[in-house]
Design a protein around this ligand. Structure first.
Ligand code: CA
Length: 339
């Protein structure tokens, strides 16, 4: 019996087995503050990032889209109206599809917008129990977020990493902009295009992940995000990426995958069904960082700790994107204390 088996056996025998306890037998998973700390403050604002930093995750995420003048700003969508008051400030600037696009506005214009909690088309909050105020939060640039995190790291003696996502590269190209090249230039300026830097760069578009590595010469660790084909997220065939051959292809250019939680484990009436995705990723030495842990959007009948225990324990993921980085971190720390 090897050391790992002994440890597992001792956990089983002492009667304290929970899915959580298995976690530290394997490795300490990382907590990625998904869009800052959106459980408590509007996503991706500098305030949300500041709070996320105080909650001490391993990484803080920045989703990136470009302004009209080619500056990467931290926003989840290429559209603006779901998280800002653009429709009140610039009513005439919508496109024919009735949507307002970040790329149609200069940075100076984007800076005049107020960021609010994410809303549905009827104006109600997507997550009603989250931040309900109307304070003047604003859009931040990628470089502002880098500067903020670097300074907070220095002041608090921490080393919280960056986790930028290049959003919709095909859309940006269609609009005449090369978002990947612009983001890489900024990473290089800040010494972050380095395999040893505390950063992962993620993208849903597999052609772009390959382009980053092979054509643009990115040295930084890359994570291939995995969607479902019917989401229309990018031209990528995600059914192929999830296959044995697809995983092998990912491993040629990236260090990890970012799957959707249900792609790893499905909770049905007959219990938990683990897919082969995690095993395929591990076979190809890819880190697994699934999205998204949300206390206000848990699978029915499942607690936050049960979900994290399942992912860290039985599935064996290496990290988690969480809207509640404090809760995910507390779970990881509790598991460390237990063993
Ligand atoms: Ca993201």
């Amino acid at each position: 019996m090897n050391k790992l088996d002994t440890k597992l056996k001792s956990i089983l025998l002492c009667g304290c087995l929970s899915l959580a306890s298995i976690t530290q037998v394997i490795a300490k998973p990382v907590v990625i503050a998904h869009r800052g700390a959106p459980a408590y403050l509007p996503e991706h604002t500098l305030e949300s990032t500041t709070l996320a930093h105080a909650l001490d995750p391993d990484f803080i995420e920045q989703d990136l889209v470009l302004s009209k003048d080619g500056i990467p700003v931290v926003l989840h969508d290429i559209h603006l109206e779901t998280v800002t008051d653009v429709e009140e400030k610039f009513p005439a600037r919508k496109r024919k599809d009735n949507r307002w696009y970040a790329i149609d506005f200069t940075l100076a214009e984007l800076k005049t917008l107020t960021v609010h909690e994410r809303t549905n088309a009827d104006g109600t909050q997507v997550f009603p129990d989250r931040y309900q105020g109307k304070e003047h939060f604003t859009i931040g640039t990628f470089e502002e977020h880098i500067g903020l995190i670097k300074n907070l790291n220095r002041e608090f003696g921490r080393d919280i990493g960056f986790y930028p996502e290049i959003k919709a590269p095909a859309f940006h190209r269609q609009e005449g902009q090369d978002i990947s090249s612009i983001v890489l230039t900024i990473l290089r300026k800040h010494g972050l295009d380095n395999p040893n830097a505390n950063i992962y760069v993620q993208c849903f578009d597999f052609n772009e992940t390959k382009r980053l590595r092979n054509e643009l010469g990115a040295k930084v660790k890359l994570v291939q995000l995995i969607a479902e084909n019917d989401w229309g997220e990018s031209p990528t065939d995600y059914d192929y990426l999830k296959s044995e051959a697809g995983m092998k292809d990912i491993a040629k250019v990236a260090q990890g995958i970012g799957p959707w939680i249900p792609q790893l484990a499905q909770l049905g009436e007959s219990g938990v069904e683990i897919t082969d995705l995690a095993a395929l990723a591990k076979k190809n030495k890819l880190a697994i960082h699934p999205y998204t842990h949300r206390l206000d959007q848990l699978p029915e009948g499942v607690t936050s700790d049960q979900l994290l225990g399942l992912l860290f324990g039985r599935v064996g993921v290496d990290g988690i994107f969480s809207d509640f980085p404090d809760k995910a971190k507390r779970f990881v720390d509790k598991s460390v204390r237990l063993h």
